[in-house]
Design a protein around this ligand. Structure first.
Ligand SMILES: C[S@@+](CC[C@H](N)C(=O)[O-])C[C@H]1O[C@@H](n2cnc3c(N)ncnc32)[C@H](O)[C@@H]1O
Ligand code: SF4
Length: 343
């Protein structure tokens, strides 16, 4: 595909409280919401309402947008989410749902995902070891966890039966604490019957309280390279492009942000926040660097006006682990291709 992909953080609230989440934690924000440019919070009170969201979706036909990754917060706990997804599909745009997987235990929700023809569902799970996953990705109700995510994935795959859509994959955040367990997680994904696996390096700002504990440092780069070499050698299921491990290791090995030529951010990929603001990409460095620009907003705006016509991709001097997580999104055709998925 050569059009525009949108990574749309549709809603702020979440039923989990992942300690490293780039939305921050509810505990941190109870005392006060962050107010820096583009800062996110699960407690945000500025999420767009359904009317504004649907008005924007209605402008998609005829625009360059051809794929939307719906994320959050947790998109599948918002009751109207599948009405929005159905409207996006009706506009001829592919949809990939990004979820923590717990809501997939609701049979009616799964049936509707199938009926709408969602193209893929990416589920987050950080380890084959339930105690690791549930420590870093705890449920706010203190009950749900690894077992429910696995069950939700099985339920979705079971309902799909011999059908080919949606494709179902697992995303794992790689940290210093689960580095050695990445291949085991991919093997579990294959055993569950998933169609793809994406290991993504953790991105935490230097001042984050967990930066020292979880972030991969240049000293971890050789171990990370060995881990990714093993994963790609064993290849238990489809993985991001063969160039991906090199990009991941290069950003972890670099002490400072580097230069990337012809970046797709702001040309073929855009990031939409729950308040409707539009950014070139979700990198915190890029958002901070573009905060002086006039605010772009989907509220009252059309997809054609916001995302076209095509221009030349610009070079960017802020290449970091924040960016690496975008590369598999831009290469998503390979995960959908097996199903012959089309909008
Ligand atoms: C913010 S979540 C939203 C969708 C959904 N709630 C979920 O967890 O999949 C999107 C993805 O970002 C990942 N993520 C969250 N915080 C991250 C961080 N600091 N660094 C890297 N990935 C992160 C999550 O694990 C998930 O795969
Ligand atoms: S489930 Fe997703 S949005 Fe919710 S806290 Fe975890 S990473 Fe963040």
């Amino acid at each position: 595909m050569t059009g525009v992909s949108l990574l749309w953080a549709l809603r702020s609230p979440c039923n989990l409280g992942c300690r490293y989440c780039y939305f921050g934690t509810v505990e941190e924000h109870r005392a006060g919401l962050p107010d820096g440019p583009g800062m996110l919070s699960h407690l945000s009170r500025t999420d767009l309402d359904l009317t504004d969201i649907v008005a924007f979706v209605d402008t998609l036909p005829g625009s360059r947008v051809d794929r939307i990754f719906i994320a959050g917060g947790e998109p599948l706990i918002w009751p109207p989410v599948l009405d929005v997804v159905a409207a996006i599909k009706a506009a001829g745009v592919q949809v990939v749902l990004c979820t923590n997987g717990i809501p997939l235990n609701r049979p009616q929700l799964v049936e509707r995902i199938l009926a709408i023809g969602v193209d893929a569902v990416s589920v987050s799970l950080d380890s084959a070891d339930a105690s690791y996953n549930d420590h870093w990705r705890p449920a706010r109700n203190g009950q749900h966890g690894h077992v429910d995510v696995s069950h939700g994935i099985r339920a979705l795959l079971g309902a799909r039966g011999t059908g080919s859509t949606p494709r179902v994959g697992i995303y794992t955040v790689i940290t210093r604490r689960n580095l050695d367990a990445v291949t085991e997680m991919a093997v579990l994904a294959a055993r569950l019957g998933c169609d793809y696996f994406v290991p993504q390096p953790i991105a935490l700002q230097r001042g984050h309280p967990l930066h020292q504990t979880l972030s991969l440092t240049p000293a971890d780069a050789p171990a990370l390279e060995r881990v990714l070499d093993r994963l790609y050698a064993e290849q238990p299921l489809p993985l991001p492009a063969p160039t991906y491990p090199g990009q991941v290791v290069a950003t972890v090995a670099a002490a400072v942000p580097g230069m990337v030529r012809n970046c797709f951010g702001g040309t073929n990929l855009f990031f939409i926040e729950p308040d409707g603001s539009v950014w070139d990409c979700p990198s915190s460095l890029k958002i901070a660097a573009s905060a002086h620009r006039p605010r772009r907003d989907i509220r009252g705006n059309s997809a054609k006006a916001l995302f076209g016509p095509a221009t030349t991709c610009a070079d960017c001097a802020l290449f970091s682990v924040d960016c690496v997580n975008m590369w598999p999104l831009m290469d998503f055709d390979s995960f959908l291709w097996a199903a012959g998925s089309s909008s």
